[in-house]
Design a protein around this ligand. Structure first.
Ligand code: NAI
Ligand code: MG
Length: 332
């Protein structure tokens, strides 16, 4: 099976190499097709997201991606935003679950963050009105609002979840979130057996801090989803452990929630678990369900045993030692 691999930059090459090693050890023979994006690509092609990278994903349909830094102040638009818009990866899916062995204030967090991935405030439409005044456009379309809420309900249906919470700020952004809310209510009406709740996003933040266990599926606009994803990662052990998927009707790109972590890049200290678990989601997506479950079990065993863990998890190990443990804990 051929799958595109974008190493990315910063800690990207370190954590994606670990993920490829774990996938191979789990017994899945993937022929990784390397594609370039990020800082290196910007230097080599004068373009951080070369057209051939998009073409490779379009051809092979599925990719595992490391974090990519968009060079700031050089006129480039965000790689990640362009990738998601260019491949119409309209849904970002981040499962957030309490993991064994990691001490957190809550014991049984098990929720999914569904983020609209193509528009909202990240539509990328910004301009200067006059010097000293700029505008960013927050685009909400009925089509995108409808399909992301539908996606959230379908996720709920297929993973035996019973509550979808739509997060918004419709009292302030009356037109844009007003339309989103109206679409969410209409879709919810088609799913009478799944509970629907609508809450202001600031309220959701407070409730997540007080008791995240009462949430199930959260669905929201792009910027809200970016912020809430990191917040929720913090509830279960941080950015080093939470995986993610960007999904559309034709293509799927799997990547961690975290970025390129320039502060620890190149030192072999990064926690690969978020990307390893993203690779497990990829395995699940391509029908390798047993291998995906095996990888998830290995992650749980590794965290429980507390051997070789990286510093973000309170250990004194590194990327290599934790990857050794993951491979060992795959069992036979
Ligand atoms: P970041 O997620 O890279 O780092 C935030 C903090 O978490 C840092 O202290 C970092 O050391 C730590 N951290 C992140 N991942 C870790 C891991 N796997 N193991 C151990 N510690 C980890 O966020 P930041 O610093 O805001 O962004 C850095 C760059 O990454 C920026 O250029 C940003 O645009 C890019 N980025 C790319 C993303 C992507 O490609 N999907 C997503 C988020 C940011
Ligand atoms: Mg983010």
């Amino acid at each position: 099976m051929k799958v595109v691999l974008i190493e990315g930059d910063g800690i990207g090459p370190e954590v994606t190499a670990a993920a490829c090693r774990v996938v191979r050890a789990a017994g899945v023979d993937i022929d990784w097709v390397r594609a370039d994006a990020g800082l290196g690509a910007a230097e080599r092609y004068g373009e951080p997201l070369p057209e051939q990278t998009l073409d490779l994903i379009k051809h092979h349909r599925v990719a595992l991606k490391g974090p990519c830094t968009t060079p700031v102040g050089k006129g480039f638009r965000s790689i990640n935003v362009r990738l998601r818009q260019g491949l119409d990866l309209y849904a970002s899916l981040r499962p957030v679950r309490t993991l064994p062995g990691i001490k957190t204030p809550f014991e049984a967090v098990d929720l999914i963050v569904v983020r609209e991935n193509t528009e909202g405030l990240y539509a990328g439409l910004e301009h200067q009105v006059v010097p000293g005044v700029v505008e960013s456009l927050r685009v909400i379309t009925r089509t995108a609002a409808d399909r992301i809420v539908r996606f959230a309900f379908e996720q709920a249906r297929h993973s035996d979840r019973h509550l979808v919470t739509f997060c918004h700020k419709a009292d302030v952004m009356r037109l844009s979130d007003g339309l989103f809310l109206e679409c969410a209510r209409a879709v919810a009406d088609e799913y009478p057996f799944i509970r629907f709740d609508e809450k202001p996003i600031d309220n959701v933040c407070m409730e997540l801090a007080l008791d995240p266990t009462k949430f199930d599926v959260l669905v929201m606009e792009n910027l809200f989803g970016d912020v809430i994803s990191d917040l929720c990662a913090g509830l279960v052990g941080g950015l080093g452990v939470v995986p993610g998927a960007n999904l559309g009707t034709r293509y799927a790109v799997f990547e961690a929630v975290h970025g390129s972590a320039p502060d620890i890049a190149g030192k072999g200290l990064a926690n690969p678990i978020a990307v390893v678990r993203s690779a497990a989601m990829l395995l699940d997506h391509v029908g390798e369900r047993a291998a995906a479950a095996r990888v998830e079990r290995a992650v749980a065993r590794t965290l429980e045993a507390k051997v070789g863990l990286t510093r973000d998890l309170g250990g004194d190990g590194n990327t290599a030692s934790i990857t050794d443990q993951l491979v060992k804990n795959l069992g036979s």
